[in-house]
Each structure stands twice: as C-alpha cells, then as structure tokens.
Design a binder for this molecule. Structure first.
Ligand SMILES: [Zn+2]
Ligand SMILES: [Zn+2]
Length: 164
C-alpha cells in the first residue's frame, strides 16, 4: 500500500502559526545535529525568515528581510545559506515560483510533491511514495538517473474554492 502522508495542510483550516514556526526551528536543529551539519547564525536567520510566513518567498526578499532585521550579510552569504538549507532539506525550492518554503518534516531523504494554490499562494507538501516510486521506475526503464524530481501542481485550494 502506498504511504501517503500529507505533512502540511495549510488548506485544511487554521492553525497556530507561531507554534508551527517554533516547532520548525526545533526540528531543523534536531535534523542538523542528526546529519552532522552546522546551523550557522546566517543559516538560522534565513530559516527563521522563511518560516515567519507560510507563503513562498524569493531569494531577494529573504535578503531584504535580513537587512531590515539589522543583519548585513553579503548577498552571496545569504544565497549560500539558502542553498545549504535546500540541500539539507530544511526548506524546498519551488521552481515554478522561483521561491522557497519551509519543510514541515525535514529529513535528509524525502521526496515530495507540492500543491500550489494560485489564489492564496498556500502550498501543501505531500510525501506520496506511490508517486515517487512511479517516477523512479519510469526513469529506470529509460536508463535515466533521476536526481531531483520536481512535482508542482498548480490549482485552487479548498478554502479558496469555498470562499469563491
Ligand atoms: Zn519536505
Ligand atoms: Zn487558496
């Protein structure tokens, strides 16, 4: 049976965001310790900025918010911090929006699919292993080594549909 886990569900009602931000920082720290990675100050600040909202945020906006908060890292430092967070899978890059979003269940090895609401820009991250397995098998049949499959589905979320 496929293991379908909806790890974030901004579409399914309200939640206490300050709590989820706190929890995200905790699990990010735990994951870094587990992976033997160092969450430097800049990396942590970037992660906090990304988690301070539920919407995807672009690299330039992250940089601006860092500066507004009184931090003055050189742009390459901030961009490298973003790259680090993506490779540690603490955040994900949403290719179709050219932006970033926090991962609610950071883990070195997970593949996910994104459902992106074009009305409110909320994003649901789903780990459906049936989808990732199907992609891997198709790649194998082609003799293709799949590295970073990107599944981003644009549409309208339940909340927006109901309030339309
Ligand atoms: Zn994730
Ligand atoms: Zn929506």
């Amino acid at each position: 049976m496929a293991d379908t886990k909806q790890v974030i569900s901004p579409f399914l009602g309200e939640h206490d965001h300050s709590h989820c931000e706190e929890q995200a920082m905790e699990s990010a720290l735990a994951e870094c310790t587990k992976q033997g990675l160092k969450l430097t100050k800049v990396r942590q600040q970037v992660l906090e900025i990304i988690w301070a909202q539920h919407h995807p945020i672009g690299a330039y906006d992250v940089l601006q918010k860092l500066q507004q908060a009184g931090h003055k890292p050189a742009p390459p430092t901030a961009y490298r911090a973003l790259e680090f967070l993506v490779s540690a899978k603490l955040i994900h890059r949403i290719e179709s929006l050219n932006s970033y979003i926090g991962c609610p269940s950071p883990n070195a090895n997970h593949q996910c699919q994104f459902y992106i609401c074009t009305e409110c820009e909320d994003i649901a991250e789903v780990n459906n292993t049936a989808v990732s397995d199907a992609l891997r098998l198709s790649a194998q049949a082609l003799g293709f080594e799949s590295r970073e499959p990107v599944i981003e589905v644009h549409g309208v979320c339940k909340r927006c549909l109901e309030s339309a």
